[in-house]
Write a new protein. Structure first.
Length: 159
């Protein structure tokens, strides 16, 4: 590691601590040559992930697309930004736990639908209507009936 001030490689770590929920390490260093201090961060390098789209095109995985979809579905719903962030973190963890270099957008979509369903039923219907590309009111109503049935079952088990 070169000192950003003098360019020498003679430095030592004086403090280390985990950051970003233990996903990276912050190291405080001091240069033995010039005596100045600087900070470095270490992060685990993940396998580059490619998403296979419906038309078989491939594009790099983009966390922001998942976040954006969930944010739009949860617009004006009682879901906090922290809940959305946690949900996206869970989805991302499941995707990367597979240790595959490619994943279909369909698999990601199904995973997102499952997580959004447990987050908020209205957000789920919103997300599903876009993701499943409902062509008519009947298809929409079928999905809505499934949600209502699941909600009623959940309420009965809570009693």
């Amino acid at each position: 590691m070169r000192c950003p001030f003098c360019g020498k490689e003679d430095n030592r770590v004086i403090d280390s601590r985990p950051v970003e929920e233990n996903n990276s390490i912050r190291r405080r260093r001091i240069c033995d040559a010039c005596g100045r201090r600087f900070t470095t961060y270490e992060k685990v390098e993940t396998i580059p992930l490619v998403v296979i789209k419906k038309d078989n095109n491939r594009e790099p995985y983009d966390r922001a697309k998942i976040e954006g979809g969930i944010l739009r579905a949860c617009h004006k719903r009682p879901v906090s930004v922290n809940q959305i962030k946690r949900t996206v973190d869970e989805i991302e963890a499941e995707i990367f736990d597979r240790e595959e270099k490619e994943i279909s957008s369909r698999e990601i979509g199904e995973l997102v639908m499952e997580k959004v369903h447990s987050l908020d039923p209205v957000a789920y219907v919103r997300f599903a209507s876009v993701y499943r590309e409902f062509k008519d009111v009947e298809t929409f109503m079928d999905e809505l009936e499934k949600v209502l049935k699941a909600e009623n079952t959940r309420k009965l088990t809570e009693r």
